[in-house]
Design a protein around this ligand. Sequence first.
Ligand code: GDP
Ligand code: MG
Length: 447
Amino acid sequence: MFEALSSKLQNAFRNLRGLGKISESNVSDALRDVRQALLEADVNFKVARDFIERVKTKSIGVEVVQSIQPGQQVIKIIHDELVALLGAQHAGLNFDRQPTCILMVGLHGAGKTTSSGKLARLLQKQGRQPLLVAADVYRPAAMDQLETLAKQLDLPVFVKRGETEVTQIAREALAYAEAHCRNTLIFDTAGRLQIDEPLVQELVRLRDLVKPREILLVLDAATGQEAVNVATHFDQALNITGAILTKLDGDARGGAALSLKAVTGKPIKFMGVGEKLEDFEPFHPERMASRILGMGDVVSLVEKAAEAVDLEDARRMEEKMRRGQFSLEDFLEQLRQMKKLGPLDNLMKMLPGGSEALKQMDLGKQEREFKHMEAMICGMTPQERKNPAILNARRRQRIARGSGVSVTELNTMLNKFAQMQQMMKKMGKFQKMMARMGGAVPGMFGR
Ligand SMILES: Nc1nc2c(ncn2[C@@H]2O[C@H](COP(=O)(O)OP(=O)(O)O)[C@@H](O)[C@H]2O)c(=O)[nH]1
Ligand SMILES: [Mg+2]
C-alpha cells in the first residue's frame, strides 16, 4: 500500500533526521522533498501546499526539546499533520435510527457491490442484522452478484427482478426488513461510468424515501486525483456521510486517501484491501499515517494476531521462551499459529520497516522452509519433541525418511532450533532487565 510514497518520504526523512538546528531555510529544503513526494503520489496540489505550510509553521515555532534531535521533532510534526489530514480519528457508522439504512453509491466498477457484502459481513460480526438490498435496477448481473455474496455470508438479500423503479424496491425492502427483524439495510445502488443527472435523480429519490443514516461513496483508490473530483460531485448532489476507499491492495499512489478529507470534509470510513469478503477494514487515520511513514502498522498487526492466537496461549508461550523451556512441540504450535495469521508477506508489510526488508527476502523460500520444519517435527514422537537429545542416528534417519528431507537438513533444523532456544533465553533475561530499569523502551514518538 502506497509503497512509492512511503519510500520517498523515508528518503526525505533521512535528510531531516540529520538536522542539528531548525531554521527557516534548512526546514524549507528538507520539506521540499516531502512536498515532491506528496505531489508524485497524486495528492491534490492545494492540499500538499497547505500541508507543507502547516508543517513549516509548526516546525519553526517548535520549542526545541533537549533530548530529541530537531529533525526528529519535524518528523513528529509531519506524522501528526498526516493523521489530521487523514481525518484524525476513525469515523464509525451511526446507528441511531431504526432501522438504519445505508446507501452505497459510486461509479461503475468502484466496488459498490463487493463493499456492500464486505460491510454486511463486518456488521454481522458486530451483532447487527443486515439485509442486503439489490437496488441496481439496470444490471441483472449485479443482482446475481449480490445474491451470491449473501449466500456466502448466510445473510438475507432482497431482490426484485423486473422492477425498474428503485423507490418501489426500497419500499418493499423496508417492509421485508420489518417482517424479518433486520435492523440494517445496505442498498447496493446502480453506478455509471460518469456521474450524470438521471443517476443523481434516482439516488435523490431513493435517499428521500429511505432517509439513510449513512450515504457511503465507494471510490476506487487507483483513480487518484479523479477520485477526489468524483467525491466532490457526489457530495454536492447527495451530501454523502463518508467514503469507502477500495483497491488499496493495488498500486494506488495514495493521493485519494490523502486529499479526500481535506477537499470534501467527509471522512474515509472503511477501506477495501482485496477481492475477498474479509479484505475490508475500518479506516484508522493514525494507523494509516504510520503505515505511510514506514513505521509499520504495529497496532493492526497486534490486533490481527490477537484475533488468530489465543492470548492465554501466547502468554504461556512467552513465559516458556523466557525460561528457555521452549520445546519442539511448542515450536510446531508456533508454526501453526503463524499460518493462521496469513501469508508471510502480508505480515511483514505491517511491521516497521517490513516493506523495505521484504524486498531483500525470499519469502517463498522461508515459507517452504517452515513447511519442511513442520513436516520434520510432525515425524517425531512426542518424546523426541520434548527431548531432542535422544535423537540418535537411527532415529534421525527414520524422521528424515518420513518427512521427505535429508538427514543433513534435519540436523540443520535441529541446530537452528537449539540456537533459537539459546537466543530466547538471552532475550528473556534482557526483557527482565529492561523491565527492572523502568518498563518498555520508549517508542519513536514517545508513545
Ligand atoms: N483488488 C481489489 N479488488 C476489488 C476491491 N473491491 C472491489 N474489487 C473488484 O472490483 C471489481 C468491481 O467491483 P464491484 O463490486 O462489482 O463494483 P460496482 O460496479 O461498484 O458494484 C470486482 O472485480 C471486484 O472484485 C478491493 O478492495 N480490492
Ligand atoms: Mg455493482
